[in-house]
Ligand binder design. Structure first.
Ligand SMILES: [Zn+2]
Length: 422
């Protein structure tokens, strides 16, 4: 049993009762009528938490729904995810937020927390009604998919959000500097003849956002950090006491722009895959807590859309069902993080960043639990995904570690068949 929230890593029993963690400790007896699961040789941890997913409902239910996304999340070991508001229509008001909450309750799987849009229609002009959205269940605001181009709007968003103690999550990209780019600007983009997005396009916005967080006292959360320069800016901002948190995706920790070599559109991501030195810096920043958490940026797209030419294909890949396996293989098996450190970055820290329940097995907490087989070797087979989409760059990749049991509020949301070992 590993509980990063209390620094526990021990052999123990975990007793779940009435939807909450009742007790954790060695040699707990089973009360009468209790269902006993022997998970010897497995790791029991607080359920994983993902603060950045795109579930496409309403508007694009053919590629994902709240129910299919929640099912994929459960399969990936997640007990809570935060849904970005770039749906169609945009989740920018009380009723739209309420719809996500109701669909999540109906699915009764992994908890789906709505994120409301910063601006009406995500048009970057006028702030949406944060108070009403928070009242309906929104846990953060974001215009993700797009940056908040106006520094003035970002300032007022941070001031307004501070009243409700919610983070403003920004997709950091200078839109004019990044315009037309399809991959990282560097040697590989030059060789391939593709238009690049310079690292500075992200770093300019990271710099601006931490300055505005400092100015307003608001909490800025920086989405999907991809460059070593961003990591440096966040490190300095945190040293100065700025209220900033940040996330990195498994793919930015695992892949470089070399993945674009064959014009594989499954390597077309925004922000783009960067260079080996960026990957190394992001891993170090995650270990140091400069970057707080791992988030998947699960972004389903239709097969046909991703079959287009590299220049025309949409940005984004799915990630809920590979996030733990990729992160565990690359970081823990790879030797840069310990398992408790990884679980901290995928459960306790993201829950804390967005002030969500979860991320702990403390008695009294919700019974949101994952059981992991960290020795399981498995090959990524998109055809078996619960997600409605298949756009992953990890197809065929051998990974080590997966969720075998996911429990949300005391109810089983996912149970794997006996994992294949090889
Ligand atoms: Zn984004």
């Amino acid at each position: 049993m590993i509980d990063p929230s209390r620094g526990l890593d021990q052999i123990a029993d975990v007793l779940l009762q009435d939807g909450t963690v009742a007790a954790v400790g060695a040699g707990l007896g089973a009360p009468d009528g209790a269902e006993v699961r022997d998970v010897r040789d497995r790791v029991v941890a607080p359920g994983l938490v993902d603060v950045h997913v795109h579930l496409r409902e309403p508007g694009n239910e053919d590629v994902e729904t709240i129910a299919s996304g929640a099912r994929a999340a459960a399969a990936g070991g997640f007990t809570a995810v935060c849904a970005m508001p770039n749906t169609d229509p945009v989740t920018d008001n009380q009723a739209a937020v309420g719809f996500i909450v109701r669909q999540s309750a109906r699915a009764a799987l992994t908890r789906v927390y709505p994120i409301g849009a910063i601006s009406v229609g995500q048009r970057g002009e006028r702030l949406s009604e944060f108070g009403e959205m928070v009242g309906a269940g929104a846990v953060a605001v974001s215009d993700d998919g797009k940056p908040v181009a106006s520094s003035h709007l970002m300032r007022t968003a941070l001031e307004y959000a501070r009243t409700f103690e919610i983070p403003v999550a920004d997709h950091c990209e200078d839109p004019l500097l990044a315009a037309g780019g399809v991959m990282h600007e560097g040697l590989v983009s030059t060789r391939l003849g593709l238009k690049g997005i310079p690292a500075a396009a992200e770093e300019i916005m990271v710099g601006r956002d931490v300055l505005l967080a400092r100015l307003t006292g608001g909490h800025v959360h920086l989405c999907h950090m991809s460059t070593r320069g961003s990591a440096e800016l966040i490190r300095r901002a945190k040293e100065q006491g700025t209220r900033v948190t940040a996330e990195v995706t498994p793919h930015h920790l695992a892949l470089t722009d070399a993945a674009c070599e064959r014009y594989d559109t499954h390597a077309k991501i925004n922000p783009p895959l960067r260079e080996a030195a960026d990957v190394a810096a992001l891993r170090q920043a995650l270990k140091d807590g400069v970057i707080d958490c791992i988030a998947s940026d699960h972004a389903p797209h239709a097969y046909d859309a991703k079959e287009a030419a590299f220049d025309d294909a949409p940005f984004g890949i799915i990630g809920l069902e590979t996030a733990f396996g990729v992160a565990h293989t690359e970081l823990v098996v790879g030797g840069s993080l310990s398992l408790p450190e990884l679980l901290h970055r995928m459960s306790t820290a993201p829950a804390a960043a967005f002030r969500l329940p979860g991320g702990t097995l403390k008695p009294g907490a919700a019974a949101d639990v994952v059981v992991l087989d960290v020795a399981a070797r498995w090959s990524v087979a998109p055809a078996t995904f619960f997600s409605k989409s298949r756009n992953t760059p990890f197809e065929g990749r051998m990974l080590t570690g997966r969720a075998v049991l996911t429990i949300v509020g005391g109810t089983v949301a996912h149970q794997a068949e006996a994992p294949a070992r090889s």
